[in-house]
Design a protein around this ligand. Structure first.
Ligand SMILES: Cc1ncc(COP(=O)(O)O)c(C=O)c1O
Length: 413
């Protein structure tokens, strides 16, 4: 008997990360922790290999009453003070002049998911990067959407032309266009667009939107680990000049910002020139929220609001320690990769560095060979992801050269 609808994708989920995480765990048991490089885990880990849960975040969380933790949120859109705080946190620094509204979502995942559901009709196409967080494609499939991928890079910089080509392909072919830009701190390459690149993207989209409305979904999941935090939102100033036919929806996630992945808290920040456009999107997305998850954890929202108001300085100081650590690790890896000629995609900041292997079959062989040397990484499209977010400084040292040597062995047979 088949109880599941015909159109559903019945193949089991291939969780490429989880499977390798398990292999790394096994290896640690058999050959000893010191002989294993585990660069698989995509969360922040400290130097002793422990998951990082910020003290400033969870000390506050622990003080929240059981009643608050147990209660429903005030609204399907999210608690009012949380929504205000998210608006300020995301758009405030850039002094955005756009009209905006916030819908609380279960993590950044929830935000990306309702945008894909509510902007496009089934069988329409969403534009995503060719090297990307795997959930974009998964969500698209789940919603009956096709994907069109833009090449992330051309030589050592973002491939704006490829993004333009994708937009061009869809112009006039569907009622609206939705494209995802995961920036800054792109997962998995660590690229961040320059001000100039953003300016060009917005200029192009403004022009293109004259025939077809365009929604830019800007996924900022890792923004709070930008190395130049004080200027991390400057690029959003470019959004101020979006045309009437353009909407920007920012997918914000508390998971990384607060090391609270399990509390399932995030938001979709809807921005446009007109109040009416924002309100239209808000109405529909609030209904989707109510239909899918109803409301998100009350205490997680309160915690974000309280930590970023009452404990802001301590929180930022604690987070900065880890940004510095991330920088120390990535500096070592990138410098050593450059020295030994291990090609990586343009890395500026963020949780991951990705080794550039455009030939996917070769990359798969290489991925296996790395594991044979007890170096565990995640295979992504055209690359090998090294999670510097969870790799200690000690384990990072010398890793690029080892990886380069293994690559040479694979290439030379
Ligand atoms: C690029 C990107 N966007 C969004 C998310 C969403 O995370 P969450 O739903 O936990 O906020 C992730 C998580 O890994 C991510 O890597």
């Amino acid at each position: 008997m088949n109880f599941i609808k015909e159109s559903a994708d019945k193949k089991p989920i291939v969780d490429t990360v989880f499977a390798i995480v398990e292999k790394a765990k096994e290896a640690k048991k058999t050959v000893g922790e010191e002989n294993v490089v585990d660069a698989t885990i995509g969360s922040l880990y400290d130097e002793s290999g422990q998951f990082v849960a910020f003290k400033t975040v969870f000390d506050n969380y622990d003080k929240i009453s059981a009643k608050t933790k147990g209660a429903y949120a005030v609204s399907f859109r999210g608690n009012p003070d949380f929504r205000r705080k998210v608006q300020e946190w995301t758009l405030g620094q850039a002094g955005s002049t756009l009209k905006s509204s916030v819908i609380a979502t279960p993590g950044g995942t929830g935000a990306v998911s309702i945008v894909l559901s509510d902007i496009l009709e089934a069988n329409e196409t969403v534009i995503i990067p060719n090297i990307a967080w795997g959930s974009y494609a998964l969500m698209a499939k789940d919603k009956g959407l096709n994907i069109l991928q833009y090449e992330m890079f051309e030589e050592d910089h973002f491939n704006i032309q490829s993004l333009k080509n994708c937009i061009n392909q869809l112009l006039g072919k569907q009622n609206r266009i939705c494209l995802i830009i995961n920036d800054p701190c792109h997962n998995p390459t660590g690229n961040s667009l320059t001000q100039e690149e953003w300016k060009q993207i917005i200029e192009y989209i403004n022009e293109a939107s004259k025939t077809t409305p365009i929604v830019i979904l800007n996924d900022i999941a890792y923004i709070d680990y930008a190395y130049d935090l004080a200027h991390s939102r400057d690029y959003m100033k470019n959004f101020d000049v979006i045309g009437e036919n353009v909407m920007v929806i920012i997918a914000f996630s508390c998971s990384k910002t607060m090391t609270s992945y399990g509390l399932r808290c995030g938001a979709a920040v809807i921005c446009a020139q007109s109040e009416e456009s924002v309100r239209d999107a808000e109405i529909v997305m609030e209904k989707s929220a109510r239909a899918i998850w109803s409301n998100i954890p009350n205490a997680a929202m309160d915690n974000f609001t309280q930590v970023t108001s009452e404990h802001l300085d301590d929180f930022l100081m604690e987070k900065q320690m880890y940004i510095n650590l991330l920088r120390q690790r990535s500096d070592i890896f990138v410098k050593e990769a450059n020295e030994c000629g291990l090609a990586i995609y343009p890395y500026k900041e963020g949780f991951f560095v990705t080794i550039k292997i455009e030939d996917n079959p070769l990359k798969e062989k290489y991925h296996e060979a790395l594991m044979a040397h007890h170096i565990y990484t995640v295979s992504v499209n055209k690359g090998i992801r090294v999670a510097v977010c969870s790799l200690s400084v000690e384990k990072t040292k010398g890793l690029a050269k080892r990886m380069k040597d293994i690559l040479s062995e694979v290439i030379n047979g």
